[in-house]
Every structure is written in C-alpha cells, then in structure tokens.
Design a binder for this molecule. Structure first.
Ligand code: UDP
Length: 322
C-alpha cells in the first residue's frame, strides 16, 4: 500500500515506518521536526518536512491510508499550554481528516493513549471503561477518538485508534530521543550512561506493594506489529478502539532494578515527591486486540524491553542503524 506516516521522524512513528517498509509498503513520512529527527526517518521512506495542516498537498499524490503519529505528547506541558495541545492534536488532526476526505483517502490508524482514561476505576483497563482524561493531552486525544467515531458514521471513514500504555524499548537503533526526557526508562538509562547522577523516583507512598507507581510497559516492536494488523483491519464505516499494553504491571522500583541488572550499573535512585496527575496503577487489558486482530506481545519480559532500550542507547544517534 501507499502510506502516509505523520510524525514518522519520532520514536514510535519511525519504528512503524521501518516495519511498514520491511513489509513492502511504500512510505512517505510527513513531519515538521518540531520534536522528531530527520535522521530517524528510515531509509527507503520519502520525507516531506511540514505540518499536518499542510497534508493536502502531499495526499493529492494519491494514498491508500494514513498512520497518524504527529502530536504534542507531554502531559506537563499540556497543563501549562492547553491551547497548544488543542490546536495541534485536535485542530491539526481535523485539518488532516479534511485533507484525507478531499483526496479520497478513507483509512486511518491513529495513535491514541491510555491518558484518555484518566484515573482508572479498576484494573486492568478495558476499552469500555469510562474516559475521564486528567489533562489536556489526554483530553485532546480523546476528542480525536470521538471525531473518528463520528466521521466513520458520517463519511464512511475506516479508522482504528490504538491506545498506547507505556511504550518502551528500541528497534535496532530506533529509540526514544526526546529533547525533554520525561519517561522513566530513558531517564534511568541516562544514569547508567553517566549523563545523570541519579534517577528520581516520583513518590514511594502509593497504595502499591512497594509504594511506587505501577505501569504496563509494551515493547515498541510489538506496538509496531499492532499497527500493521490495525491497518489491515481498517473497515469502512467502522472506528475500532484497542488498548495496547503487555497486560502486566511493573513498579518504578522494579524498573530501576531491571535497569541495574541489564546495565551492571548501580544506578542511584532518590525518592522525590509525587508527580502531579500520576495514577498509582495503569495496566491495560489487551484482550480485545488479541481476540479481534490476533495481536500478541512477543517481548513481554521487562528485561527484554530494557535490554533492547539499552542497546539502542549505545548505538549512534541515527535511525538508520538497523
Ligand atoms: N517516573 C519516575 N521518575 C522519572 C520518570 C518517571 O519515577 O524520572 C515514574 C512516573 O511518576 C510514573 C512512571 O515512572 O509513575 C512512568 O512514567 P513515564 O513518564 O515513563 O510514563 P507515564 O506513565 O507518565 O506515561
């Protein structure tokens, strides 16, 4: 298929673009490089530097589907600058959907998020659970999910939203490279690399067995596989929503311990105050995508996820190192 990958110079987008190319698809990446890196665009993909609000020109060349990753994704920043998040994540996506309609492109796979659920009432979270996002980031992504449902009914759009839990690991040299790193695993590995003296553990008084927050870490390569299945499953007039996690939760302390094991570094950890808005436990039920699309995480141990992230961090900063 001929595919447009928005945000394909970012972490998840570049891994999915690489996997799509491996499967024989023709890939064009559209990315404004506001947070992505031009050298993360995999070899073999065409690259257009630009905003999703300008997608019309690119799409007029004729495409079969769009995989939409381009977004603002920092929870804290979204609280400080909600307008930016509504403009980019909802406004930008509306412009993209409009351009798709005009160009006759009827299929989209969208990067949604666990943040659409907010503080969960029960665990693991299933797709029919209430969506009460606790910040503008989650709210803007939920607004896109709501729009996709409406557009499927109104215009026959074929859409799949994948609600990511904690994406981690690397695919060869394709790894996280955020200018502002907020995620746990990269921050822990930076200590092992000598880039930080210690890692802060945000809260050790949560109602969990060891007092630290529990999250569901999914390997980026397993996540990419789900996108291939989602693309194939796009059905006219339907909007499917799937959670994507590995189904098991690990605490911040457990993550730090596994990083110590993998790197052989003592990794000093310092307990710090809780980070605003962090739920104690976030674990996905991925039973629906397993049942309906036959997806299954192949890399389920935290050790494997961290080991791949560690390899990625030790390779030169280029997405072309596969
Ligand atoms: N966390 C931490 N120290 C860090 C970064 C994150 O203790 O330097 C904690 C954070 O409070 C949360 C968990 O690690 O409980 C996962 O955070 P991350 O930002 O990786 O993902 P999130 O679950 O917020 O999407």
């Amino acid at each position: 298929m001929k595919l447009l990958v928005t945000g394909g110079a970012g972490y998840v987008g570049s891994v999915v673009a690489a996997r799509l190319l491996e499967e024989g698809h023709e890939v064009t990446v559209l990315d404004d490089l506001s947070t992505g890196h031009a050298d993360a665009v995999p070899d073999g993909a065409a690259f257009v530097r630009g905003s999703i609000t300008e997608a019309g020109e690119v799409l007029s060349a004729g495409f079969d589907a769009v995989l939409h990753f381009a977004a603002k994704s920092l929870v804290g920043e979204s609280v400080d600058k909600p307008g930016l998040y509504w403009a980019h994540n909802l406004g930008g996506t509306l412009a993209l959907l409009d351009a798709m309609r005009q160009a006759g492109v009827g299929r989209i796979v969208f990067s949604s998020t666990a943040a659409t659920y907010g503080e969960p009432e029960r665990t693991p979270i299933v797709e029919t659970d209430p969506t009460r996002p606790g910040n503008p980031y989650g709210a803007s992504k939920l607004a896109v999910d709501t729009t996709l449902t409406a557009f499927a009914g109104l215009y026959g759009l074929a859409a799949v939203s994948l609600r990511y839990f904690n994406v981690a690991g690397a695919y060869g040299a394709f790894r996280e490279r955020h200018a502002v790193e907020t995620h746990l695993i990269p921050n822990v590995l930076k200590v092992a690399l000598g880039e930080r003296e210690s890692v802060s553990v945000f809260g050790a008084d949560y109602p969990t067995p060891d007092g630290t927050c529990i999250r569901d870490y999914i390997h980026v390569a397993d996540l990419a596989q789900a996108h291939l299945l989602a693309l194939a499953a796009c059905t006219e007039r339907r909007h499917r929503i799937y959670n994507l996690g590995s189904g098991s939760g690990f605490s911040v302390k457990e993550v730090v311990d596994v990083c110590r094991e993998v790197t052989g570094h003592e990794i000093p950890a310092v307990v710090a105050p809780r980070r605003a808005g962090d739920p104690a436990v976030l674990v996905a039920s991925s039973e629906k995508i397993q049942r309906e699309l036959g997806w299954k995480a192949a890399r389920t141990t935290l050790h494997e996820i961290v080991a791949d992230a560690w390899t990625g961090w030790q390779t030169p900063e280029s997405g072309r190192g596969l």
